[in-house]
Design a protein around this ligand. Sequence first.
Ligand SMILES: Cc1cc2nc3c(=O)[nH]c(=O)nc-3n(C[C@H](O)[C@H](O)[C@H](O)COP(=O)(O)OP(=O)(O)OC[C@H]3O[C@@H](n4cnc5c(N)ncnc54)[C@H](O)[C@@H]3O)c2cc1C
Length: 502
Amino acid sequence: MDIYETDVLIVGCGIAGLYASLHIDPRLRVLFVTKEGADTSNSWLAQGGIAAAITVEDDPQQHFLDTLEAGAGVCDESAVRVLVNEGPREIAALRQMAVPFDLKPDGTLSVTREGGHHRDRVVHAGGDATGRETVKTLSPLAQTRPNTAFWEHSFFLDLIVSDGRVRGAYVYTEGKTRAALARCVVLCTGGAGRIYGRSTNPSVATGDGIAAARRAGAALKNMEFVQFHPTGLHEQGAPEGRAFLITEALRGEGALLRNTKGERFMAGTHPLDELAPRDIVSRAIVRELNQSGEEFVCLDITGRGRDFLKARFPTVYTECERRGLHIERDFIPVSPVQHYMVGGIATGLWGECTLPGLYSVGESACTGVHGANRLASNSMLECLVFGRRCAEHINAGTPERVPFSPPPVPSPREGDAVRAAAARREIRAVCDRDAGIIRTAAGMARGIAEMRGITESLDATPSADRETCETRNMAHTALCVLEGALSRPESAGTHFVERGAQ
Ligand SMILES: Cc1cc2nc3c(=O)[nH]c(=O)nc-3n(C[C@H](O)[C@H](O)[C@H](O)COP(=O)(O)OP(=O)(O)OC[C@H]3O[C@@H](n4cnc5c(N)ncnc54)[C@H](O)[C@@H]3O)c2cc1C
């Protein structure tokens, strides 16, 4: 087997992986492995911004309280303290790195408000292209570091574990499987939105890191918490797949939710009305849809003029215009859509997992900061704060690599694409039905039984092409979501169990 040796192996080049790599001691060799290029990740698509208490009207304590409130009693308070206290310094560091944040005329950062925040604290770039602008800045910085090698269009298959420690990973690259041996592996593989029929996530979000960590014996945490975004663009007869996101920042700028008769329905459901935490808004929309029998509700930003909307939300404005919607005069049809994996690979305050030699940062990880429901724009902040901390932990004491010969594994071979596609459809149907916004005990139990059948069938052919490997990872991740959900009988945040319902 072809062996490559490095000190730190980072899987995934979203904001978590990129930012962590920039803080790794330059004397350590870093290898990046990523499925596609830098422009295919949740990070690239992030619109609204990054939350941090950076203004004089705000303070980390208020950010702490808002995060706990959204997290519905499940947050890890020590992780939240770290997030809110260390967040402002990461924003300053990004400015130093020349991320082109939007500024006010006086040269200070422009901040907006999103759901669940009691202060304006969300910094943004390119209007509503914060993720893209941040990745475009960080990616070349990471790629040009002399200690860093990049394997793009390369697929991380599984972790290599020996004597209870992670020693590296098997990676399928340039037509063959290679063993990338490392002193530690950092999984920054992002979320798993594609286990649902409609998601804001791109095609790479198949839960590969979460599934591989679980197969290797690392603990997962809070997998039952899956965030749905209330306002995915509803497109008539849209094919299964990615839904375009209408950022929450529109509601921060005054957009209102209305039913198709034009009536508001959020008033009175929460003191923040349309800016209530996402789980509350998503459930209110589902109830409204169940009552009306319609497939969508409407987002109304017609109170704002065309020039403002084009300048502040260029991405949303253009994408809607492309579909014939002029948002300064037309209501935007929206419905809830899978958006973010709150749970993931359990980590401590330095990104360390329960399996020695393994770290995880970003959406694949679960630090506990989001509790049962992520506060808007806290996820990119989490990537930054815990990415830097993870690097510091690695710099402070990664043990020397011991000589080690990995057992060879068969290379992926042509799989059965038809079978993989059918299995994906089944996985999505089960998740939509039994692991969605409103769940029932009977539904979750039924979903587990079906998902076990799907995983067993996919496990029976362990070596296959990328599509089949991803499909297997989706099934493993979906099973963890369902099992986590059934093991938590009480509702909390994004996990809402309807009592007495079948
Ligand atoms: C449409 C949208 C809008 C959002 N808006 C905001 C926002 O305004 N503010 C905010 O804070 N958050 C937002 N989020 C959430 C936020 O963008 C993500 O949670 C965060 O960027 C995740 O970063 P990450 O680095 O952990 O993962 P990602 O950015 O998803 O990167 C994952 C990386 O892992 C790689 N990978 C995965 N599996 C493999 C494998 N098997 N082999 C090799 N490579 C692999 C992928 O190719 C990719 O490079 C948004 C998300 C979406 C989808």
